[in-house]
Write a protein that binds this ligand. Structure first.
Ligand SMILES: Nc1ncnc2c1ncn2[C@@H]1O[C@H](COP(=O)(O)OP(=O)(O)OP(=O)(O)O)[C@@H](O)[C@H]1O
Ligand SMILES: [Mg+2]
Length: 254
């Protein structure tokens, strides 16, 4: 990774996109100290993650791209509690937070299941619950919805919306439509920061999208083709309403 210079402020919601092999997961590993930068400097709330991993990991929690690697405990509930145990959180508080996190990811009833028997999406939910239970100040999510069904994806995105402002969030994804409300989007390609832009800017820059192997999501693409503002319209329903309103205005003008 080279030529990546960026700063994230407290409370920001940052999207991270870019092609396969672009460097997104590498950035994630640099931030939690799994990788050491061979040149340059990484600081998380003043700490060097590779030299002071424990200081950093209490504040910055990561959901890794491959949830299999993170699941270690015999039962789902122990796995979700794992991070809290390391932090020495008191028993009753721990039980409360574990139950809440399990319910947030839609896994109530799975507490005594063995993680290795779960489906891919279920494992991804367990890993996310473990992160949410710790309630870190900074959440770094590497493709958190990649294995989830449509409703699961929506639930996770809604929960991120709830955390927004309260937490600092870095959200890596290949789904641009998940980032339309982000404060900024970082584009990583070839281990470099290709762009650091607003969602509006990225969606309106066809060249930037193409160079980084992205395509405009369907709703903004349709809005654009209909001559409407692509970034103001998020859902098919919003787009339909805008089209109906425009037709009504045109009819009135006639
Ligand atoms: N341990 C490693 N040793 C050598 N090269 C590595 C290592 N880990 C990653 N790379 C290389 O670094 C580049 C960036 O990888 P990274 O995992 O950060 O990509 P990514 O943007 O997360 O991609 P994806 O969208 O596929 O998850 C890739 O070319 C990858 O092969
Ligand atoms: Mg990756």
């Amino acid at each position: 990774m080279d030529g990546v210079s960026l700063e994230v402020r407290v409370g920001e919601y940052i999207g991270v996109v870019g092609p396969n092999g672009g460097g997104k997961s590498t950035l994630v590993r640099l931030l939690n100290g799994l990788l050491r930068a061979d040149s340059g400097r990484v600081r998380v709330m003043g700490f060097d993650p590779s030299a002071q991993p424990f200081e950093v990991r209490g504040k910055l929690g990561v959901l890794f791209q491959n949830p299999e690697n993170g699941l270690v405990a015999p039962f789902v509930e122990d796995d979700v509690a794992f991070g809290l145990e390391n932090l020495g959180v008191e028993r009753t508080e721990m039980r409360r937070r574990v139950a809440e996190a399990i319910s947030t990811v839609g896994l109530s009833g799975y507490e005594r299941r063995e993680p290795h028997t779960l489906s891919g999406g279920e494992k991804q939910r367990v890993a996310l619950a473990g992160l949410l239970a710790v309630e870190p100040e900074i959440l770094v999510l590497d493709e958190p919805t990649s294995m989830l069904d449509a409703s699961g994806r929506r639930e996770v995105l809604e929960h991120l919306g709830v955390l927004r402002g309260e937490k600092t969030i870095l959200h890596v994804t290949h789904h641009l439509e998940e980032l339309l409300d982000a404060d900024r989007i970082l584009v990583l390609n070839g281990g470099r920061l290709a762009a650091d832009v607003t969602p509006e800017r990225l969606l309106s820059d066809t060249e930037l999208l193409r160079e980084n192997r992205m395509i405009l999501p369907t709703v903004p693409r349709l809005a654009f083709a209909l001559g409407l503002l692509p970034t103001k319209l998020r859902t098919p329903e919003e787009l339909a309403r805008a089209v109906r309103e425009r037709a009504a205005n045109e009819a009135r003008a006639r």
